[in-house]
Design a protein around this ligand. Structure first.
Ligand SMILES: Cc1cc2nc3c(=O)[nH]c(=O)nc-3n(C[C@H](O)[C@H](O)[C@H](O)COP(=O)(O)O)c2cc1C
Length: 320
């Protein structure tokens, strides 16, 4: 049975382990990645970018792809539905120094699906193959794909995607155990992840959905036999999730206290201030702060103070 493993290989690329932090639009920004890096996930991703925006050199798009040298190996995720542009976009990502390139076939946002990208790609599995194949031909770095089970319960296509991605030369398929129609609600279904892992010949299969702590990570491994896991929401306010899972497999259990969580939150705030200023920094601190304090009964007062703050400086004054 596959389990947590150190190291882990994607093609010839040696990674620390098989716990990956997902691309998360609006969350996996530079400050988040600087914070997450401290706890050594096997790989982390920048926020998703559109192929078209990369090619027309949209500066905001390139801002999303800023990373520090120490973050290597680092992944980028692109979305789009035009096979020709996929080639060009893939090359740009490789030239920017990324170590892994992922194709998004799971984003349910209407602004992405309206032109057939993201989860709308699940309507045309053969096109996913064509795009992946073009990406693989364009670059030397490992090409991966992140998918959902299908558009809705009546149109589950994920099993066919395993072979399609494998034939296209992709190194990894990450499966989010929900349909597009489910969005992010309800419980993720891990059954299809298990079935896909059993179908896979050469391609690695990662499980994604509802892994939030060491126990659920272990459950994902043992239920599905997946080659690795990708975590998203479980890292919100818990950049140490990878550490928690590693400790579990080393026979220790990590129990984070409010004091430790406040300390991590402070470090994250400092990293926000390294990249953002004024109102933007304040907004980010409020967004991030809530997560670090969630679930700690003693945190109500400090949460209120952060939420009422009118400047980043005021937030810092309120920290113990
Ligand atoms: C706010 C938010 C933004 C997301 N952005 C992306 C994205 O840009 N690319 C992607 O592949 N998945 C994205 N996802 C999906 C997650 O990567 C993941 O598949 C999903 O949340 C299920 O995993 P989890 O239960 O560990 O959160 C996003 C999820 C959330 C909640």
């Amino acid at each position: 049975m596959t389990q947590f493993s150190e190291p882990f290989y994607l093609k010839n690329l040696k990674l620390r382990n098989n716990i990956f932090y997902a691309p998360i639009a609006g969350v996996s920004d530079l400050a988040y990645r600087r914070m997450s890096h401290l706890f050594e996930p096997g790989l982390q991703f920048c926020e998703m970018v559109k192929m078209e925006a990369l090619i027309r050199k949209d500066s905001g798009t390139y801002d999303y792809l800023t990373y520090d040298d120490f973050m290597h190996p680092i992944g980028a995720q692109i979305c789009g539905s035009n096979p020709k542009l996929a080639k060009e976009a893939a090359k740009i990502i490789e030239d920017l120094g990324f170590d892994v390139l992922d194709l998004n076939c799971g984003c349910p946002a209407p602004k992405i699906t309206k032109d057939g990208s993201g989860s709308a790609m699940l309507h045309t599995p053969e096109k996913i193959g064509e795009i992946l194949s073009n990406m693989v031909q364009a670059v030397k770095i490992p090409v991966t794909v992140k998918v959902r089970l299908g558009w809705n319960q009546e149109k589950i296509v994920v099993h066919s995607l395993v072979k399609i991605a494998e034939d296209a030369g992709a190194s990894l398929i990450t499966i989010h155990g929900r349909t597009k129609q489910q969005g992010y609600s309800g419980k993720a279904s891990w059954l299809e992840i298990k079935e896909c892992k059993a179908l896979a010949k050469t391609i690695k299969v990662f499980g994604n959905g509802d892994v939030v702590d060491a126990q659920s990570a272990h459950d994902m491994f043992s239920t599905t036999n997946c080659d690795g896991i990708m975590v998203a929401r479980g890292t919100f306010g818990k950049p140490y999730l990878a550490q928690e899972i590693k400790s579990f497999y080393a026979g220790n259990s990590l129990k984070t206290t409010l004091e430790e969580s406040l300390n991590y939150m402070k470090q994250h705030f400092e990293k926000i201030l390294e990249v953002e200023k004024d109102k933007r920094a304040l907004f980010s601190m409020k967004r991030v702060g809530c997560y670090y304090l969630k679930g700690f009964p003693g945190a109500k007062k400090i949460r209120e103070k952060i939420m009422k703050s009118t400047s980043a400086e005021e937030v810092l004054i309120h920290l113990p």
